[in-house]
Design a protein around this ligand. Structure first.
Ligand SMILES: NC(=O)C1=CN([C@@H]2O[C@H](COP(=O)(O)OP(=O)(O)OC[C@H]3O[C@@H](n4cnc5c(N)ncnc54)[C@H](OP(=O)(O)O)[C@@H]3O)[C@@H](O)[C@H]2O)[C@@H](O)CC1
Ligand SMILES: [K+]
Length: 481
């Protein structure tokens, strides 16, 4: 198995792994035997003898199923096998199993467990009948289902449901997890996911294309302060607000402080300066009348990062301010209104973006900038868009994607309770803080998305944005201990 445990393999990478294994003297039959044996051992570890039905498809996934059937029977389990082996390898494995019945004769009555070996990484098109009926029948049986490699019907690369999918209790995946296990809607079909090594030797040739966000990727860049530090050396963030929605930039600013930025300045229109002075404690309040005032603040060289977007209205004025900020090539977070302001001048924005920028749209904001990607899967949206711009992209959602030049990290978890007002502003603030601490935009984005999601789990149900900010120090402490 790969040492990069966070590495997710696409179908084409799995094929390359197969070829790599064969070039090291392994045969596909050996790999299939390894897969089936590993899966059967895992099943016997979790359950005592069960009356088991194995559903085996036409390809190598079905072949794995026949191997599982043989091992379970050798261990004394009563196993009924239904299948239509077509590929030569599946047939080779089927020959070692007696009494295989046709799939249209499947009956789950008086059975305890189903093994789903219908389709794996070779599923190419949407499933139709009789597969639909078979999958629906298995799902409706109420029995626990163990899927081999993937729940049949889930697209391995994208998490798309190809017509109909098995709702697994447990998925035993081989060599490495696949992206579809972490992307909605497919993610919901995997049940418990475990990975089994099947003896494919390590190779360093595969490019990291899609991987899971884990602290190992960025933790070492986040430093705790030492005696040499002072407030300005710990990151100085400039948050730009408007008079439109004052709470949003306030939350971004407070979040930046809660994750360790030493100094945060909130710059707002003159008209609300006095109001803000009375309502915040630790942020420095400054005011602006035009984008020139913001330019002067940036000219001072005091700020290591800029956050703009939370609470900003989509307008020409916002657009002007964003363009002014981008000229300075500072680490910058563009969120909400800072992005939507460019709905009709996308090219202006794309030309001004640079390597130090992170854009943080949710899907609605994203499609305003990339309308030609409407209807695409999220993973394709992120891949394509990030190849078209020089900034890092955080495509927010239940399975937030962080993308840069077509390379994609998937955030593996987040609380669904994050779907509430203000949480996006908090992400922008956290990101601003990490950028101010000199993390590179991609690593800062991974760290911010993780901290945000993980803090949401600390809070749990009925989370509101204010609770999330409160939980940030606890989450940061968890990361450092
Ligand atoms: N990688 C490795 O190292 C190892 C991988 N291993 C295992 O192999 C699995 C991949 O095997 P695989 O490539 O044979 O594909 P699989 O998922 O069995 O399906 C292909 C069959 O399904 C058919 N078919 C496709 N779509 C269809 C549809 N919509 N409706 C109907 N039919 C459809 C397709 O037919 P065709 O498209 O050619 O007409 C073909 O017959 C992998 O997931 C893992 O479990 C292990 O053995 C250990 C080593
Ligand atoms: K399967």
């Amino acid at each position: 198995m790969t040492e990069n445990f966070y590495h997710l393999y696409t179908v084409s990478q799995m094929r390359a792994r197969e070829t790599h294994a064969v070039s090291h003297g392994l045969t596909l039959s050996t790999l299939m035997e390894n897969a089936g044996r590993a899966a059967s051992l895992e099943i016997m570890k979790r359950w005592d003898t069960k009356r088991t039905v194995i559903l085996a498809g036409p390809g190598k996934n079905g072949g794995d199923g026949f191997v599982v059937a043989r091992h379970l029977r050798e261990a004394g389990w009563p196993v009924r096998v239904f299948g239509t082996p077509e590929s030569s390898l599946a047939q080779e494995m089927a020959h070692q199993v007696d009494g295989i019945l046709p799939l249209d004769k499947v009956d789950f009555e008086d059975q305890d467990l189903i093994i789903d070996a219908l389709f794996g990484t070779g599923l190419k098109r949407s499933l139709e009948n009789p597969w639909h009926i078979l999958i629906a029948k298995a799902n409706a049986s109420g029995l626990p289902i163990v899927s081999l490699d993937l729940p049949s019907g889930v697209n391995s690369d994208t998490g798309e449901i190809m017509g109909k999918a098995i709702q697994a209790t447990l998925t035993i995946t081989f060599d490495a997890p696949k992206p579809g296990a972490f992307l909605f809607p497919g993610k919901e079909f995997f049940g418990i996911l475990i990975t089994k090594d099947i003896g494919i030797p390590n190779s360093n040739s595969e490019d990291l294309q899609i991987f899971l966000n884990t602290p190992e990727l960025w933790k070492s860049f986040l430093k705790v302060p030492t005696w040499r530090d002072h407030k300005l050396s710990r990151g100085n963030v400039l948050v730009i607000g408007s008079s439109h929605m004052v709470g949003a930039p306030k939350m971004a600013a407070l979040s930046a402080r809660r994750v360790g930025a030493g100094y945060v300045t909130l710059m707002v229109p003159k008209t609300i300066e006095a109001f803000l002075q009375g309502s915040v404690w630790g942020e420095i309040i400054k005011s602006y009348k035009t984008s020139e005032d913001i330019e002067m603040a940036l000219q001072s060289g005091r700020f290591q990062s800029v956050v703009i977007g939370p609470g900003m209205p989509p307008s020409l004025e916002t657009q002007e301010i964003v363009k002014t900020i981008l000229k300075w090539h500072k680490p910058t977070v563009l969120d909400g209104g800072a992005l939507s302001s460019f709905e009709n001048q996308k090219e202006d924005l794309f030309e001004s973006l640079h390597e130090n920028v992170v854009i943080t749209p949710h899907e609605g904001e994203f499609l305003r900038l990339f309308p030609h990607l409407q209807g695409k899967l999220r993973i394709e949206m992120a891949k394509t868009a990030s190849s078209q711009i020089s900034a890092t992209l955080i495509l927010k959602g239940a399975d937030t994607l962080i993308a840069k030049n077509g390379k994609i990290a998937i955030q593996p978890f987040a609380s669904p309770w994050l779907a509430t007002a203000g949480t996006g502003d908090i992400l922008a603030g956290i990101l601003g803080a990490f950028l101010s601490k000199k993390l590179l935009p991609f690593e800062a984005s991974l760290a911010a998305v993780w901290v945000h999601a993980s803090a949401s789990q600390i809070v749990g149900p009925y989370l509101i944005a204010e609770d999330l900010i409160e939980a940030l120090p606890q989450e940061m402490k968890c990361i450092f201990t």
